[in-house]
Design a protein around this ligand. Structure first.
Ligand SMILES: [Zn+2]
Length: 225
């Protein structure tokens, strides 16, 4: 069964790192509520908050030896942005992905750039595998409950992509359009607007997305994804 690796950079405020971990727990618990209380044998994946990690005994700059190495390899000095696709490729190529495949979610404080679409982004994902999100654009908002709610949604959104929801072919349209963290948003104004709409719905995800997330967790338990 694949575990969920959570990592973040050294510039992420501690309150935000805690919120990342809490939101992932909350999302998994919500999906678990889809299962019967009695007789359920499906286990939820282990959540491993590695943070700003260094491999035990690793030399500075050791290849795949630390989060710092991944960031240095994908940070573009000229534009002062993190190249999201380069970062994700490093995650997919890392030796332990082959030994112990896992889900991978990273939160960074640097501005994040999509090299294919050539613009700044809130996050990027390889569906069903890994995602990286940036808290940088959120820092245009005042620190406080509103900013934390946007971050919570951002984490839930990219965790959903890491887990592979919405599942292609399960519904039409393929994107979630309900009040739900999986509904796409492109600008900070849209993220804030979505959060305000969804605050009335207390769950992170809509029923369809919760059901699909629980299906993904079940196939993870049985080792079939
Ligand atoms: Zn949804």
């Amino acid at each position: 069964m694949r575990f969920i690796s959570l990592t973040w950079t050294d510039g992420l405020p501690q309150t935000e790192a805690i919120l990342v971990v809490r939101t992932v727990h909350e999302a998994i618990l919500q999906a678990r509520q889809q299962w019967p209380v009695r007789g359920n044998i499906i286990e939820v994946p282990e959540i491993k908050p590695f943070g700003y990690w260094v491999l035990q005994g690793a030399e500075p700059d050791q290849v795949y030896g630390s989060m710092e190495w991944y960031i240095n390899k994908s940070f573009d000095q000229e534009s002062q942005q993190l190249l999201g696709r380069r970062y994700l490729q490093l995650v997919l190529d890392e030796p332990w992905q082959h030994q112990t495949p896992h889900y991978d979610l990273a939160a960074v404080h640097q501005p994040l750039f999509d090299e294919v679409d050539q613009h700044g982004v809130f996050g990027l994902a390889v569906r069903g595998r890994a995602a990286v999100l940036s808290v940088y654009p959120l820092h245009a908002l005042d620190e406080g409950p509103r900013r934390y709610r946007v971050l919570r949604r951002l984490v839930a959104h990219y965790l959903g992509q890491v887990m592979g929801i919405p599942i292609p072919g399960w519904r039409e349209p393929a994107q979630c359009l309900s009040p739900c963290a999986m509904r796409p948003a492109n600008s900070l104004a849209e993220w804030v607007e979505r959060v305000e709409e969804e605050t009335r719905v207390r769950a992170l995800y809509c029923r369809d997305c919760q059901r699909e997330l629980s299906a993904r967790l079940a196939s993870n338990h049985f080792g079939i994804n």
